[in-house]
Structures are given as C-alpha cells and as structure tokens.
Design a protein around this ligand. Structure first.
Ligand code: PEP
Ligand code: MG
Length: 756
C-alpha cells in the first residue's frame, strides 16, 4: 500500500508542472483530471466549478466529454451539490444508494458504482467539487481521500489565479448561511450592529505547491521556533498574558507547540510537495475531519486550542502577524475573539468598533471594564463562536438579553433597529437627567461618581453630570504605554484630570498592577509564573517593594495637585500596616517637596480600597486613620467566594445579590458610617441599577461607577423609596430568601421600576 505522503507527492510533482505551464486554464483543469484519475487508478475524475449559482462540469476524464459545460447541478442537488452545500467529503461504495444521488444520462455515469468527492474551498467558501468514480463498488482508502483533498487545495489556487469563479459567489457551509442566534452572557449592556472582524484574522493561502521542499521545511521550523518563543513569553507573564489568554489555555498551547506528532504531520505534508502554509492547513483540515466523528466535549475544547495554535503558526509562517487592529477597521465592526487583553482592545479605532463578542470573558475582567468605560457592548461566553461566524458576516449584538444574531434576515434587522432607536431614546432621556440630582424619592442624596483611567474618559464627567471621579485607575496609563510612563508624563495626566474635574473631587488610586493587568516591561525579579496572580504579587504589594515606582507616582500626584486637594487611595491593602507604610511614603515625599519650597497640595486625603476580606476585621483599628474607604467589590467578591473574577466558568456562578455579600457589605458600611468615614462602592456591582438599589438599602450613600451607568442608576435612585426598601432589605438579610435577586426584582417591578 502506497503511503499518503508518497501518493500526494506523486500527484503534486505532476501538478507542479501543470501549474507552472503556460497553458490555458481549461487545459490545466483537463490535465489535473487526467493526473488524478491515473494516479488513483480511477476510471473517472471530474471537476465541477461554481458558475452562476450552479455547479458546472468543467473537466472530466472518463465521463462523456459532451457533458462538459453542459451538465449543471444546483447547489444541494445530487452528490456533487451536496458536497458543495455542506463543504464536506463523501466516500461511497455504492453511489446510487445515497439519498441525494441524482443520475445525469448525458454523462454516461451509470456504469460507475463507487464515488468519492471533496469540496474545493476558497476563503472558507465552496467554489467547486473534485470527484472520482469507479466501476467496481469499493470505498476509497483514506490515503486516496487525502490525496483528493490535497489536489482540491491546489485547484483552489489554480481557479483563483485563472479567475474561473467569482469568489464572492462561493458557497458558505449550508449550516452557516441562514440567520442564527447564539446565546451568551451580557458583559457590557447595550446594542450594536456591524460586520464581524476577527481579532486574529485568518490567513488565505496563496501558494500550495512547493518550489523547493527543503526551503519550505526550513520556513516551518523557523515558524515553530518563533511560535514556541511567543508562547513561552505569554506563559511567563503569569496567568493572563497581555493577550488575555488563560493559563489553562496556555498550558495546552505549550503541549501542542512541542507535540512531535503535530510537527511530524506538517513535515510529512511538506514532504508530499506542499508549501509550509498549505501543509499546516492540510493537517488542520484532517484533524477537523477526524474530530467531527468524535463526540467528546473535552476533546473538542482541546481541538479548539489546536485550531488556535494552527492559525498562529500559519500567521507566523506567512508573516501576517498583525491583529485586525493593525489593519484598521473599514466599517462599523463587531470584534470577535476568544479573549482579549485590555491593551489589545484599546488599539482599535473607537469610532468604528461598535461591539465585542468573546468566546470567554467575565463581568469583571479588565478588558470588560475598559469596554464598559468606552461604552462598547460586550457579550461573552459564546461557545463555538468562531466556528459559527465568518469574517464579514453581519452581526447584531444584544448586550441586554445576551444574544448574538448572525447573518440576520431583513425583518430581524428591522426589529433590532427599532429597539436600537428606543434604547437611544432612553439614553437621550438619561442625558436629560444630567443636571438632575441623584436623590431618592424620599429626599436622600446619593453621590454618583464615575470610574476613569484614561485621558479619553475625562469628557464623561461633564457628559454624565457625575459628582466627581470616585476611582481613577492610574495603572491604565501604565497598561497602554509601551514603556514605564515617566514622572513628567504621569504628572501631566494627573494635572489634566484635576483640570477637567474642576471643583469636583477626584480619587486617584495608586497603581494596581499584577493580576490580569500585566505590564510586559515591568516584571518582578522572580519571573516565576504565579499560580494565583490575583492573590499574588500585585497592587500595593508591588508598590511597597518597588519603592522607586511608588515614590515617582507619589511625587507626580503631589506635584500635579499643587494648590488643590489630592485624594489618594491604596489598592489591595490587606493589613493596616500596609496603609501606614504607603502613607509614610507619601508623607516623606511631601516633606521633601516642602523642603524644596514647592507649592504643595492644599490638602491631602488618604483612603484605602477594601478588597481583601481580612481588612474588614481590622476596621476599628484602621478607620480612625482614614479619610475615606472604597469597597472594590470586583476583587472583594472573588475573595469572599473564592472564585476567580476572570474565570469564564465561574462568571455566572455567584451573585452580587447573595445574602453573604450583602451582609458583609452592610457590616463594613455600618462601621464606616459609625466612624464618620466616607464609604463608596467602586466595583462594577454599583453600576447595575438593581444592585445600586440594594447598596443604598444597606446604608451606602456613595457610588463610583462606569460612566454609562450614571443615567440608569440615577433614574432608579430617583424612583426609590429608601426607607421602604431598607426595611424590606433588613428582613431579607435576617431571613435570607432562596433567591434574593428575584425578590428584589419582584419588589422593584411591583413599584414600576423598569430596568434595561
Ligand atoms: C475592584 O476590585 O472592585 C476594583 C474597583 O478594582 P479593580 O477592578 O481595578 O481591581
Ligand atoms: Mg480591585
């Protein structure tokens, strides 16, 4: 039995001559049919190409020549039409037994029993079919099918070069043509429409037959080396790479990147005469085909990883490394990715980027926080997303209901646009609330501030009419810079922030790096990959160790606040001494500035985030030293529930409206109120209207939220009868209902609240 490599090699050597010859495209197709028929000892080999919506017989060996350019099969008609419609292979010992068999007398094919056919694919669309037939009934061997698939790749190049088919007319997989809807988790609310753009674009293979096999082998070796280096780098950046890849995924990437079986198969495909790109793709096609026959979700996930890696290798080998951001968005776009890092998202043109859809993602991952700040709807947790959507598909993102509509029918677009218009109206009505105070129906004033982190966020203060900036995440400047921002750059940003805020207060949080906020240019000395970076070397822990970093920031903040009030807050304080140490560092910088006769801030207020549960037990000690405290519910809840905030599987598991969280928050809020220390919630929780009502009912009077939430939260607050909900909430906390969220929603709906 001839090996797959040898079979393909034999054919490819001959096809190489055909491709290089100067003959006309029709003559080339005729020769291909001859070569394939002969090599596979098949009486018939035919090539059908898509022309004007039907599959036309373009060349044949063995069928009646009069049928060429006469026999035409509709898409889905006969075996050939079925192969094209489903972009799938058929291998039949007895063709007539297949339900889709359709007999064409002009071809004279009645004497042939066995049949095998493969689709000819260009840019993921079927543009033709290559098939063989044999008089004797037998199934074709796997090596023969593989040889056919290899030839189909070469044909795809040939017909593209000769302009034989209109690529845009190509057929999408029947399962991927009509409209479909995929459910996901709403991560950032809002509606958006646009065309699908893959963050990691797919590579189109231009050359399939190798000129020089050894040169192709060298190219693929080099690409493997580069890819392995890339993965090592990502893995050493701890759990989340800058690219947002999850540690588990990286581990699988690593396993495949060093998998000898995979590289050997690619090598074999090159030996058979394919270019490096075509070889990688061939191996991937084969894996895909095998996987379709195995129904194991775990294995399917792994294969997904291999598919990713295969695309990465293809991009590396073809030098097409850039993400879609580098190419630029040409129209309103919905970005499709498995996962993203915050810095990657920021590379996109904001005017064109209308929505983001992720296979993974979670509510408090920083990429989602950044998208929320940018007002871009995000859907997450859409399983199988990248297989169901094609580049360029029209998409409707419903970030309220958590649904993605792919290739919508016109009526769907119309209905969506109507909802979109309504939601814009609602947004406009929120804008109308800009000058209105956030006061409950019974007259309690709630301070509504915004979270910010970049210069671009500043206009939101005026747009929302918020009371100030309750959380300025200074690390975002570090995150979007290629190098460590200098003191001057930091000072400039902080000064601009204070300028923009005018009389309104701003709370600057010192850098919170680590966790999922990785700075490629700043690694801590022990480059050990952290098992648990969210609980690892991050935030103030880094700041206190890297005194230089924190001193520079302290100087920048103090100088930027000359003559004004500076409110500074420390992240991830776990014990009171950490706050003391951080404050001492600021005090010494202040003393130095004073000694230099520099203009000092009129006042410096110190506060801390409460994100680590242990700190809640020390509030009696800590509160007398603080001017304010801000509860970071994103981190706090991940620690309370021991549930990684960025873990896709845990994204929906625990509810912010669980009695455990609410009881915990109530204790903290009560203590702060008793000590007369301002207490704010600045996690994502506070930006959700239902949660905001609950927080008010716990005694909280200050929220710092994402700008887009100011309108909806203000509207909810203004409708709230606070004493009534306080009383109900006290009952729920004393005797927790099974589903507190459902109870609160029912309570609110009965009182006419409407939430998006
Ligand atoms: C938090 O943890 O709730 C918080 C506001 O900080 P960050 O999301 O930046 O970690
Ligand atoms: Mg935090």
């Amino acid at each position: 039995m001839i090996s797959a490599v040898a079979a393909s090699r034999q054919i490819l050597t001959r096809l190489h001559e055909v491709m290089a010859s100067r003959s006309h495209a029709q003559a080339k197709l005729n020769t291909v049919a001859e070569v394939v028929g002969e090599s596979l000892h098949s009486e018939v080999c035919s090539i059908y190409l898509l022309r004007e919506g039907a599959l036309e017989l373009f060349a044949t060996r063995g069928l009646a020549q009069e049928a060429v350019h006469v026999t035409r099969l509709a898409v889905g008609e006969g075996l050939v039409g079925t192969i094209a419609a489903h972009i799938d292979t058929l291998n039949l010992a007895e063709a007539t037994a297949h339900p889709d068999f359709s007999y064409r007398p002009e071809t004279g094919e009645e004497k042939f029993h066995s049949f095998a056919g493969v689709p000819i694919v260009r840019r993921e669309r079927a543009v033709g079919v290559l098939c063989v037939q044999h008089a004797e009934p037998r199934r074709y061997e796997e090596v023969e099918i593989e040889a056919l698939q290899t030839v189909a790749m070469v044909l795809s190049e040939l017909i593209a070069n000769a302009d034989l088919v209109d690529e845009d007319e190509g057929l999408l997989n029947a399962a991927l043509t009509g409209p479909s809807q995929i459910k996901g988790q709403p991560l950032v609310k809002g509606l958006a429409s646009g065309v699908a753009v893959f963050h990691q674009p797919r590579v189109t293979i231009e050359h399939t037959v190798a000129e020089d096999v050894e040169a192709e082998r060298a190219r693929v070796y080099l690409a493997f080396d580069k890819m392995r280096e890339q993965i090592e780098r990502m893995a050493s950046q701890a759990e989340f790479g800058v690219g947002g890849e999850h540690e588990e995924v990286l581990a699988t990437y690593k396993m495949f990147a060093y998998d000898e079986g995979w590289s050997r198969r690619i090598n074999d495909a090159i030996s058979s005469g394919l270019t490096a790109e075509a070889a990688i793709e061939r191996v991937q096609q084969r894996t895909r085909m095998r996987m379709r026959q195995i129904d194991d979700p775990l294995l399917a996930d792994r294969m997904h990883d291999l598919e990713d890696l295969s695309n990465r290798l293809l991009r590396t080998v073809s030098g097409q490394l850039g993400t879609a951001a580098a190419k630029g968005l040409r129209q309103d776009a919905i970005l499709i990715a498995r996962n993203l890092g915050p810095a990657e998202l920021l590379e996109y043109d904001k005017r064109r980027l209308k929505g983001v859809v992720l296979e993974e993602g979670s509510l408090t991952a920083h990429v989602v926080i950044v998208a929320r700040a940018m007002g871009i709807p995000v859907l997450g947790r859409l399983h199988g997303l990248r297989a169901a959507v094609r580049e360029g598909d029209v998409l409707l993102v419903d970030g309220n209901q958590g649904a993605l509509t792919v290739r919508p029918a016109p009526a769907m677009v119309e209905a969506f646009e109507a909802r979109f218009a309504k939601s814009r109206e609602r947004q406009a009505s929120y804008a109308g609330l800009r000058e209105v105070e956030p006061r409950t129906a019974d007259g309690t004033r709630i301070a509504l501030m915004i979270n910010a982190g970049l210069r671009e966020d500043l206009p939101n203060l005026a747009l929302t009419g918020a009371d100030g900036i309750g959380l300025f995440r200074t690390e975002f400047q570090f995150l979007v810079s290629a190098t460590l921002p200098s003191r001057e750059r930091q000072t400039r940003l902080y000064r601009d922030v204070l300028e923009a805020a005018g009389d309104k207060p701003v709370v600057f949080r010192t850098v919170d790096i680590g966790g999922d906020k990785v700075l490629p240019y700043l690694r801590h000395d022990e480059t050990v990959a952290e098992e648990n970076p969210a609980m690892g070397w991050r935030a103030l822990r880094v700041g206190l160790e890297r005194e230089g970093l924190m001193k520079v920031q302290a100087r920048a903040l103090l100088e930027a606040s000359a003559g004004r009030t500076l409110s500074v807050m420390f992240p991830m304080v776990s014990e009171p001494w950490e706050f003391d140490a951080a404050r001492a560092l600021f005090d010494s910088q202040l003393a130095w500035l004073k000694s230099q006769k520099k203009l000092l801030p009129a006042e410096v207020r110190f506060g801390t985030m409460l994100e680590v549960p242990a700190l809640a037990e020390m509030l009696d000690v800590l509160l007398p030293r603080l001017q304010f405290l801000s509860i970071g519910t994103n981190d706090l809840t991940q620690f309370l529930f021991a549930a990684d905030r960025a873990h896709p599987k845990l994204a929906e598991r625990y509810d912010w409206l669980s009695p455990a969280i609410l009881r915990f928050l109530k204790r903290v809020i009560d203590q702060c109120n008793a000590h007369g220390v301002d207490v704010t919630v600045c996690g994502e929780m506070g930006g959700r209207p239902v949660e905001a009502l609950a927080l008010a009912a716990l005694g909280l009077r200050r929220l710092s939220i994402t700008p887009a939430a100011v309108g909806p939260v203000k509207a909810a607050i203004r409708q709230l009868n606070l004493p009534e909900l306080e009383q109900v909430m006290a009952g729920w906390l004393a005797n927790p209902p099974a589903d507190l969220r459902a109870e609160l929603l029912a309570w609110a709906e009965a009182r006419g609240f409407v939430f998006d």
